[in-house]
Ligand binder design. Sequence first.
Ligand code: ADP
Ligand code: DP6
Length: 446
Amino acid sequence: MQPSRAFSAPGKALLVGGHLVLDPLYESYVVALSSRMHCVVSKLPSNGIDHFSVTIKSAQFDSDEWNYKILRGSSYEVLEVDGKKNPFAKKAVEVLVNYCQPDPQTTENVVLEVFSDSAYHSTGTSTLKKNEYNQFRFHDSTITKVPKTGLGSSAGLVSVLVTSLLSVYQGNLDVNSPNDQKTIHNLAQVAHCQAQGKVGSGFDVAAAVFGSIIYQRFDAKLIENLPTEQPAEYAQAIRILIDLTDWNFTHDKVTLPPGIRVIMGDVSSGSETTKLVAKVKAWYQQNLPRSLTVFHCINQGNLKFIEGIEKLTTLSRESPAVYQELLEKLDSGHDANASVEITQIRHAITQVRENFQLITRESGADIEPSSQTSLLERCLKLNGVITGVVPGAGGYDAIALLVTETADIPSQTSGNADFSTVTWLDLHQENMGIVEEKPSHYLNLQ
Ligand SMILES: Nc1ncnc2c1ncn2[C@@H]1O[C@H](COP(=O)(O)OP(=O)(O)O)[C@@H](O)[C@H]1O
Ligand SMILES: C[C@@](O)(CCOP(=O)(O)OP(=O)(O)O)CC(=O)O
């Protein structure tokens, strides 16, 4: 095998902007997480024949492997060699080869080894294998049978696969270059939407590529209008869409204020995002114009939250001593009206949650069902907790808390029956999006 490269991309939590972010009008606040998807890419010599191959291995999931044979006709065709399905892997390969248009006679065969950090999936009976640099959980079931925690594994997967393949077919790839990041993002959005069979807001792919961001979506038509049924036009249309089209979306980098982090609790009963989205959309249409007023009210809360976070960052810079005192006050639990910034953030989230509770009652979509409301209320009483939400689409998947770095939430809740439904995930927010890694850091996992 020829020299390899490796890349990783983060998972996500949508702190504010759930549902509204599907509309390009509304801003959302997405944090990238320390839980990452990784890929090591290696090349094998070309066969010198009319096709080449891409093999994707995911050893952690009962030695899962997907083999693709790639042929060039009027567009590039990606065939599953042994009928084993992974729509996200297949679409990543398909979009990439149609974009890069490698010559099948001379193109190297490619092997992609995927590794995912443990927080993406429930631990179950998995075993931990590690080396000096990384540790991963190995499960005895195939990927589709292992329960997910909802951190965006498919967005992370597609982003690292697209990046790894680009590094082979396009060479000179620099994941720190804004232009290469834009190419990776656009390709990953197309592949991810096509694999999902729908165009979501794309915040998960954007966070996987750009890291923690304020995100406002692109127009869904960009992807919907691709001529997927006309092979002769497809490859050219992909090129134009990726390289020459203005996607007109927002991905402004953000950082939480110093000394403050996000922690996530897995509630593990699970909710289906598509069902929640469908119910909210139906409610919205049936209740216009009142539903628009409710969305505006949520949006106001979202914007006040984002502004409150920015004000805290300013306070930390301009008055470090006052800011340090504030963090200590939060840790002590005696923090009612701790500062105007904290009050603004708390009021903003209350405004968002009350309106989502209203939509929950009226639409039948369990965005913030009462069990999650009472769990969040209990969390708000813990020392060091600033605020908390049901992230993303809402439902029973998880909760996200904004806490001080020094707050030890697991020890405050351990053994307490009030928190028996929550498993605190071993992660925190981390701002970086896609990064290059060292291939040697994935060797000899034991
Ligand atoms: N480590 C992995 N190896 C291979 N495929 C993966 C991996 N993680 C996720 N996937 C792909 O992503 C799918 C899960 O995507 P999805 O249902 O959108 O969940 P999520 O909300 O975590 O993104 C899996 O069925 C599989 O196709
Ligand atoms: C409703 C949404 O705005 C947010 C969904 O956020 P989640 O974080 O719940 O997403 P999944 O990982 O896809 O389940 C839909 C969207 O933005 O696409």
